[in-house]
Design a protein around this ligand. Structure first.
Ligand code: ASP
Ligand code: MG
Length: 459
């Protein structure tokens, strides 16, 4: 059996005519690898479709429809510039506009099944981008075939964040796509959209197109899943802070998962899970620089000489410390603490404990005062706002002695609190004052990437 590749293009890779034009060249240069193309909605369109559903739900039907017009125009502009048959696409769009109008009317009426209708509306983002891309690639002389992703990805009926039924999805995907791949045709599918086994349209949750690409890659035993976007890959640090930051050629699945929390640009671990399970590499590629290597995420990344792959950070973090002598030797204490956060729907990020105290970091401090009030019953509570989390990541941390000394050594006079090394032992995470975070990552980047070791560090 031929092992195809899956090429997924994100919203910014289909934002306008020049972006579509780039895809023609990128797919053409990969044609011999038997590509399957997965595409997101045009950037901003999914947001607009969701906003439109909200207006309709409030009964503001006119506003709901008007909001979408500029996006329909964007599609028509691309079709007008790049399509061989712009009139046919204009017809597809006219029908879509009418169908969306009817769905919105349904949503505006009392007792409508909002969530399932919402999925029907939102699905037009990927339905239209995939139809348009098929036309554009056809005009670019590529042997493409539009496939409805809802016939491949089969899910439960949790609308808006449906979970795929893996066995059914594999069977359906293979029967839809294998014959095309075997005939050297290039299937084009919308990401993110799916259906229940009863045929109701569902969606996989925001950003779900990556998930679609990984599911298809896994079903077909792809040689690689490529995520085409507008960044050069995963970088050694945030380029807005560190101008010397550079792409990391290879990351392990574990390293990528640790980094995912820190930046939207990194793949979400859940979305690549189907590829991870089958050991299929996932590569992040830059549509604006298609020859660049990008970042490949795979089972094994070589251990870099400096043992550190990336330095990630996140500001706006709050620390909560609970101290109580009653904690010593008592059970149920952590449970009682977590239960309070749970009740206030507050996500806990990092936790460290000593015999008599617990430190917890939070991103979202919206319910902080209520939480603190309840925690007061358990012990003395101390809150520190304006903190930042720094995370040093690398498989090499597991086995290379002296890294922690280098990390904390280079920070010098910058005060560090809440130090944690995850069970995977591939990250070293700690908290500093937000005020000092940029200086801290500058020193770390210099130490691990810009000195002697720099040339080989991420080789
Ligand atoms: N269009 C969807 C979204 O904006 C899915 C995706 O882009 O991956 O969330
Ligand atoms: Mg996206």
């Amino acid at each position: 059996m031929i092992r195809p590749i899956v090429m997924k293009f994100g919203g910014t890779s289909v934002e306008d005519a020049s972006a579509f034009d780039r895809i023609i060249r990128i797919v053409t240069s990969h044609q011999s690898l038997r590509p399957i193309v997965v595409v997101s909605a045009m950037s901003g369109f999914t947001d607009a479709l969701l906003a439109s559903v909200s207006y309709a739900f409030k009964g503001e039907l006119k506003a709901a429809k008007n909001l979408l017009e500029i996006h329909f125009e964007r599609h028509l502009a691309v079709a007008g510039t790049l399509n061989a048959a712009p009139k046919e696409f204009a017809q597809v769009l006219t029908s879509a506009r009418e169908e969306i109008g009817e769905l919105l009317l349904g949503i505006s009426s009392p007792n409508s099944p909002r969530t399932s209708l919402q999925d029907e509306v939102v699905a037009y983002g990927e339905r239209l981008s995939s139809a348009l891309l098929t036309d554009v690639l056809t005009a670019g002389s590529l042997p493409v075939k539009l496939v409805d992703a809802r016939h491949c990805i089969i899910t439960d009926d949790r609308h808006g964040r449906a979970e795929p039924e893996i066995a059914r999805t594999q069977v359906a995907t293979r029967s839809q796509l294998e014959p095309l791949v075997a005939a050297a045709q290039i299937p084009v599918l919308g990401g993110f959209i799916a259906s229940t086994s009863a045929g109701r349209t569902t969606t996989l949750g925001r950003g779900g197109s990556d998930y679609t690409a990984a599911l298809i890659g896994a079903a077909l035993g792809a040689a690689e899943v490529q995520i085409w976007t507008d960044v050069p890959g995963v970088l050694t640090a945030d380029p807005r802070v560190i101008k010397e930051a550079r792409p990391i050629p290879r990351l392990s699945y574990g390293e990528a998962a640790e980094l995912a929390y820190f930046g939207a640009k990194v793949l979400h671990p859940k979305t690549i899970q189907p590829a991870v399970e089958q050991n299929i590499p996932v590569r992040i590629c830059n549509a604006r620089a298609p020859e660049a290597e990008g970042t490949t995420v795979c089972e094994q990344s070589e251990i870099s000489p400096s043992s550190v792959k990336a330095i990630a950070h996140k500001s706006g973090v709050t620390l909560v410390q609970i101290t109580s002598a009653r904690m010593l030797g008592a059970h149920g204490f952590l449970h009682a603490i977590f239960e309070i956060f749970n009740r206030h729907h507050t996500v806990i990020d990092i936790v460290t404990t000593s015999e008599v105290s617990v430190s917890i970091s939070l991103d979202d401090a919206a319910s902080l005062s209520e939480i603190v009030e309840e925690l007061n019953a358990l012990g003395a509570v101390h809150v520190e706002t304006g903190r930042a989390v720094i995370c040093v990541v690398g498989e090499g941390l597991r086995g290379t002695p002296g890294i922690a000394a280098r990390v904390f050594g280079c920070l010098g006079d910058i005060n560090v609190s809440l130090i944690s090394q995850g069970a995977s032992r591939i990250n070293l995470t700690f908290v500093v004052e937000e005020l000092h975070v940029h200086e801290a990552i500058r020193r770390l980047h210099q130490t691990f990437f810009e000195g002697e070791a720099a040339t080989q560090a991420v080789a």
